[in-house]
Ligand binder design. Structure first.
Ligand code: AMP
Length: 187
């Protein structure tokens, strides 16, 4: 099972992505999580991306694409993988096509979590309190939505045209949403 999980900021990609990956026995690869751990460990990459992330902007495509290409070349992705937070731009989606073509593999599904905007802002403010993520303040949250709408949302149409898009209502308890996802994927 090779899949992507997409959705606006705060839609629950991380939470649901981990659960789905566990269910299918595949690694969950979150570019955001990889960037955050580099920031925490103060690596060279972490120094490059920390200010970008705090502003709610996107890390340059070249940096992100190289990171994903390296990660997908690792042997643990043989049974499949779930990419969370990548691709986020049209050039990243094109780069992913190239990476997968080189590996001789293709995507099976693109999961899209659908949640309305007001719910999301409330969720993110709550997460800001609980997790204390540096990019969970109001100004950054607003910017992340703008970036999502401008750069990432157009990818949904691209994957819909390819017949890969699986849309799931992301509103409700974690287990409820998870059950919906599993049912939708089995179809
Ligand atoms: P996330 O955890 O997916 O919400 O990502 C947190 C932040 O990491 C984003 O707001 C971006 O600054 C950065 N990031 C994560 N994935 C990407 C990506 N595919 N392209 C560019 N920046 C990314």
């Amino acid at each position: 099972m090779r899949m992507l999980i997409m959705g606006p900021p705060g839609a629950g990609k991380g939470t649901q992505g981990k659960k789905v990956a566990e269910e299918f026995g595949i690694p969950e690869i979150s570019t955001g999580a990889i960037f955050r751990s580099n920031v925490a460990e103060k690596t060279e990459l972490g120094k490059v991306v920390s200010a970008i992330m705090e502003k709610g902007e996107l890390v340059p495509d070249s940096v992100t694409v190289d990171l994903v290409a390296d990660r997908l070349a690792k042997p643990d992705t043989a049974p499949g993988f779930l990419l969370d937070g990548f691709p986020r731009t049209v050039p990243q989606a094109e780069a992913l096509d190239g990476i997968l073509a080189k590996l001789g593999i293709a995507l099976d599904a693109v999961l899209s979590l659908v949640v309305d905007g007001e719910t999301l802002v409330q969720r993110m403010m709550k997460r800001a309190e609980i997790e204390g993520r540096a990019d969970d303040n109001e100004e950054t949250i607003r910017r992340r939505f703008e970036v999502y709408t401008a750069e990432t949302e157009p990818l949904l149409a691209l994957y819909r045209d390819r017949g890969l898009l699986v849309e799931v209502d992301g509103l409700g308890a974690v287990d409820e949403v998870h059950a919906r996802i599993v049912a939708a994927l089995k179809k």
